[in-house]
Design a protein around this ligand. Structure first.
Ligand code: ADP
Ligand code: MG
Length: 233
């Protein structure tokens, strides 16, 4: 039985895709069978973060044309498998996320399935919240991002999702303290990923930071996240 995580926040640009790529890579490096899925149907950029260049079927083909999700799996770093999305505007225009649960059900041979999601509270972000075993919220500590992420948390709670807690990203000394975070976001903090220039460098090189710069502070944050989720050191 695969454990299915949804990586979520209504706010864009807070680190959901970076978190999906690095969490998946850490777990794959630890020997787990892991697949990451680009559930951001409008702005899919997970494949790019992992150096995967899809030359065949994508998740959009799976959802639009009943293509088997297993034929949309590409090899990423460290043995991580990746289901990318299509960047074609017309693919997005005719895509409905409702087939995603049935597609993910086909991936039961894996130990872990991680679904990256888009911003907003639209159907394609809502669907993975519903079928995931665990929802991992991702947010920066800006008030606006915390507020938007709290909305995602409330939506997840309303539909009975299990919320693991929040990953705080891009944290530096000028960020608000834990009390401010807790006053806006009603979720525990599972890991903190500091603001780190190594993340930009990793994105530019299309290699996740946990592989590109394993001794960086952000890589340490992502290893701590993996440990918090699995209970394994
Ligand atoms: P989302 O998927 O939530 O839209 P991304 O993972 O694409 O967010 O990240 C948005 C931007 O934030 C990226 O361009 C990345 O460079 C930057 N970023 C994310 N995490 C960090 C970090 N810990 N330190 C510095 N920059 C970061
Ligand atoms: Mg993203």
């Amino acid at each position: 039985m695969a454990r299915v995580y949804a990586i979520a926040s209504a706010k864009g640009g807070v680190g959901k895709t970076t978190t999906t790529a690095n969490l998946g890579t850490v777990l794959a490096m630890a020997g787990h069978e892991v697949v990451v899925i680009d559930g951001d149907l409008g702005m899919p950029n997970l494949a790019g973060a992992l150096g995967v260049d899809p030359d065949g079927a994508t998740l959009h083909d799976v959802l639009n044309d009943d293509v088997d999700i297993k034929s949309a799996i590409y090899e990423g770093p460290a043995g991580l498998d990746v289901v990318p999305g299509s960047n074609a505007l017309e693919a997005f225009a005719r895509t409905d996320a409702k087939g995603l649960e049935a597609a993910v059900d086909q991936l039961d041979d894996y130990d872990v399935v991680i679904v990256d999601t888009g911003a907003g509270l639209s159907n394609d972000t809502f669907v993975p919240l519903k079928f995931a075993d665990d929802v991992v919220l991702v947010t920066t500590t800006e008030r606006e991002a915390l507020g938007d992420t709290e909305k995602t948390r409330q939506l997840a709670e309303r539909i009975g999702a299990s919320i693991v807690g929040a990953v705080l990203t891009r944290v530096d000394e000028s960020n608000p303290n834990a009390e401010v975070v807790a006053s806006i976001l009603d979720a525990g903090v599972v890991a903190v990923v500091p603001e780190d220039p190594a993340i930009r460098d990793a994105l530019d090189s299309q290699v996740p930071v946990v592989l590109r710069t394993p001794d960086s502070i952000s890589a340490a944050g992502y290893r701590a996240l993996a440990e918090a989720l699995t209970g394994e050191p």
